[in-house]
Design a protein around this ligand. Structure first.
Ligand code: SAH
Ligand code: SF4
Ligand code: F3S
Length: 493
């Protein structure tokens, strides 16, 4: 058995650990597909931040493809470079600024290069970006992507271009995303935009605007289209999927009634609609909010085998006092109640993951112990862990002092990371000796003789490839594990 606890120090090196919600610590994702359809301008996009930002880059690529842009994965070959940015923590913004310095070097050799900043940092800084970073020609917020062709024209005419209007309606529902960097098996579908929650630490409500839900017809149609193209898993994305809510226009009422839904489509209804697209299409979703997730959602998950048994339920802190200051809308007890409902309705095998923030304003050692003890009770399979980073304009910045010294924030984060590593290993060990249905996503990172895929609970499984291919379902007997990976062999398929 490979017990990997000894590699903990490596993980703690930086202490601002990566998240699927927010992946600014990784290499940015860029266009993989190189297209050459003639004498057209070439577009290169790099995406930072959460999956929703990545999904937005696919919308941007789609809008500009229609305008005749070819895409390139080679920044040196690009005529237009877009950075789709994240503001969630200070470090995310620093990463973008460093990147712009590098791009400045490219622009010296190619003065006609158009440099645009999109996404959350563009929204936060607006026209100020143009003053602060002289090489930026274009600034577009998350709701302004339909305007990109005209913004590019403005730059072509010699002006700088800015559009950071936030919309109450825009969901890009009718735009079919160009799948970038895709493995051809798994894809994201944005089901809503914005957030109305106002957690006091969080910049998202300011950068993404008011919450709005996308028309379920277009979501189901996108899932059907993906399935027809060979995709076998979709992840429904929203900052708070549990508040998905769509009221039909008169002409859609018959459609929702036919599906047994009365009046308003809620998240449980939407999950069911997507699950019914095909039993071989796996459905995941992120992010659930502890104050809003309902038993109806849990029962819908239990009813459909193809809805994956994994819930990302960010706790943030285990202290009710801190949760109150964070304006999260739940207490420690409420959170525990939700975790228990998951165990009761979906069983022990259901994966539960979390986000945690250490060193929020006024946090004491006792609050920290509350976080560790709640972790002990729930035993997350996985967690994204951060120390608090004060963000301009947020409620916490206005109301509280960022009073926990950096070394204390980091020490507490280290404790949380160590505890989580122990729990991930304990949870993975429970899978050893069991057979799991795995959707194959491609070759393992380490060897082309092995394939890798995920269990329903979202755990990565590596196994010898045999005659199997990506996109297939196989049953894998798990024989050993690390804290991050299950290792096994196919027993039948
Ligand atoms: N909508 C999701 C989270 C989106 S942001 C939710 O409500 O759970 C992803 C994660 O980043 C958050 O869950 C939080 O843990 C972390 N985060 C957000 N703002 C932060 C800040 N100012 N400092 C540190 N971490 C932060
Ligand atoms: Fe931010 Fe809270 Fe909204 Fe999540 S729910 S995006 S943490 S305000
Ligand atoms: Fe996502 Fe970062 Fe914006 S996490 S919503 S890209 S601030």
């Amino acid at each position: 058995m490979r017990l990997n606890l000894s590699t903990m120090e490596k993980l703690i090196g930086d202490l601002d650990v990566l998240s699927p919600q927010d992946t600014e610590a990784t290499e940015a994702i860029h266009l993989l597909k190189d297209e050459n359809r003639g004498n057209k301008r070439k577009l290169y996009i790099e995406s930072y931040g959460c999956q929703m930002n990545y999904a937005d880059s696919e919308i941007v690529a789609s809008i500009l493809q229609k305008e005749g842009f070819d895409t390139t994965s080679d920044i040196a070959a690009a005529d237009v470079v877009f950075l789709n940015t994240c503001s969630i923590r200070e470090k995310a913004e620093q990463t973008v600024r460093y990147r712009l310095t590098h791009i400045n070097g490219l622009k010296k050799h190619k003065p006609e290069l158009l440099v645009g900043v999109l996404g959350c940092m563009a929204e936060r800084l607006k026209a100020k970006f143009l003053e602060e970073e002289k090489i930026v020609d274009l600034v577009a917020g998350p709701d302004a992507y339909r305007d990109l062709p005209s913004l590019i024209s403005q730059v072509d005419e010699g002006q700088k271009a800015v559009n950071t209007f936030l919309s109450r309606e825009e969901t890009y529902a009718d735009i079919s995303p160009v799948r970038l960097n895709s493995n051809g098996v798994t894809a994201f579908i944005s089901i809503m935009r914005g957030c109305d929650n106002m957690c006091s630490f969080c910049v998202v409500p300011f950068t993404r605007g008011r919450e709005r839900s996308r028309d379920p017809h277009s979501i189901v149609a996108e899932a059907q289209d993906l399935f027809a193209k060979g995709f076998r898993e979709v992840t429904l994305l929203g900052q708070n999927v549990d508040s998905y809510k769509w009221s039909p226009e008169e002409n859609s009422k018959a459609w929702i009634e036919k599906n047994g839904i009365n009046n308003v489509v809620n998240f449980a209804n939407l999950l069911e609609l997507v699950a019914k697209v095909h039993p071989d299409l796996r459905v995941r979703f992120s992010t659930s909010h502890p104050k809003d997730i309902t038993d109806e959602v849990l029962y819908t998950m239990a009813k459909y085998e193809n809805i994956c048994k994994n819930i990302h339920l960010p706790m943030q802190s285990g202290s009710s006092r801190i949760l109150d200051l964070m304006n999260r809308g739940y207490t420690r007890e409420w959170y525990l109640e939700k975790a228990m409902s998951i165990r009761r309705i979906l069983g022990d095998d259901c994966g539960i993951s979390s986000d945690m923030i250490t060193g929020f304003c006024t946090e004491t050692e006792e609050d920290q112990q509350d976080t560790l003890s709640l972790m002990n009770i729930v035993k997350y399979d996985f967690a994204y862990m951060f120390y608090y980073s004060e963000r301009p304009g947020t409620l916490a910045t206005k109301k509280y002092t960022d009073d926990i010294p950096l070394d204390v924030k980091k020490k507490r984060l280290e404790e949380v990371v160590i505890r989580q590593r122990e729990h991930s290993l304990i949870r993975n060990l429970l899978d050893v000796g069991k057979v799991h249905k795995v959707l194959i996503e491609g070759f393992s990172k380490r060897s082309d003789n092995d394939l890798q895929g995920r269990t329903s609970a979202n755990k990565v499984v590596v196994f010898p490839k045999g005659t199997h291919k990506k996109g297939e379902y196989v049953h894998v007997l798990v024989e050993e594990c690390t804290g991050g990976t299950l290792i096994g062999k196919v027993v039948n398929s």
